[in-house]
Design a protein around this ligand. Structure first.
Ligand code: DC
Length: 223
């Protein structure tokens, strides 16, 4: 039986940084499910479909083949045979991903792929519905959050370091809006699974959060 660690939480809580670090420390595969929703969103945008056109999104979802592979431990997302890693990290794609991830056909397709991956490998999987829907029997479940101002500030510093112009207030508003949308959709909304451990990283370092989760894994193995 493969081992799985599920990390859910709102945008910018540090899920992917932490999940990657834990995957490296434990020798597991890191599965970034947000990247899959982003690849789908890119496909819809490139096909000229807007967020409001849910019927078109359902139909087009059947033509979007999203797969992932790994190169030197990095997840590569393929959209219809094209490596789209360099195209999916924009705010516009993130916002479209939040919109199109409300769609049941999109979710069904990606959840199947995510379960198949976790069935054959030990995984650290992060997203919005991993503990509640994708892997309800995950060995360890974490709900990772942080104050929205702290999350916005982290994002702001990241963008500043890359030399990209940005505004802290706009970033925080985007984060709060996206959380609201992800928490209030009909299918698999973002919420803490009943058996997930809540970690608030507002005043914790990356290493402290990673150690806390590894501690949970050790506890789960002994139980
Ligand atoms: O984690 P992220 O910012 O890359 O995710 C982009 C969007 O994809 C997010 O706003 C909601 C959606 N998503 C989802 O609905 N379910 C997941 N498991 C992962 C992401």
């Amino acid at each position: 039986m493969s081992y799985s660690i599920a990390i859910d939480g709102p945008a910018g809580a540090g899920k992917s940084t932490i999940a990657k670090l834990i995957a490296k420390k434990k020798g597991y595969i890191y599965v970034d499910t947000g990247a899959m929703y982003r690849a789908m969103a890119l496909f819809f945008t490139e096909s000229g479909i807007s967020a409001a056109e849910q019927d078109k999104i359902s139909a087009a979802a059947q033509d979007a083949d999203v797969t992932i592979s790994y190169e030197n431990g990095e997840q590569i997302v393929w959209l219809n045979g094209r490596n789209v890693n360099g195209l999916i990290r924009t705010e516009a794609v993130g916002n479209m991903a939040s919109e199109s991830s409300k769609n049941k056909d999109v979710r069904q397709k990606l959840v199947e792929l995510q379960r198949a991956l976790a069935g054959k490998e030990n995984v650290v999987m992060d997203g919005r519905d991993i503990g509640t829907c994708v892997l309800p029997d995950a060995n360890v479940k974490v709900y990772l959050t942080a104050d929205s101002h702290v999350r916005a500030l982290r994002r702001y510093k990241e963008l500043q370091a890359k030399g990209q112009p940005c505004d802290l207030e706009t970033i925080e508003k985007d984060i709060v809006d996206r959380d609201y949308q992800d928490m209030h959709r009909d299918i698999s909304p973002l919420r803490q699974a009943q058996d997930a451990v809540l970690l608030d990283s507002s005043d914790m370092t990356i290493e402290e959060v990673a150690q806390a989760i590894i501690g949970l894994c050790d506890g789960a193995q002994e139980a």
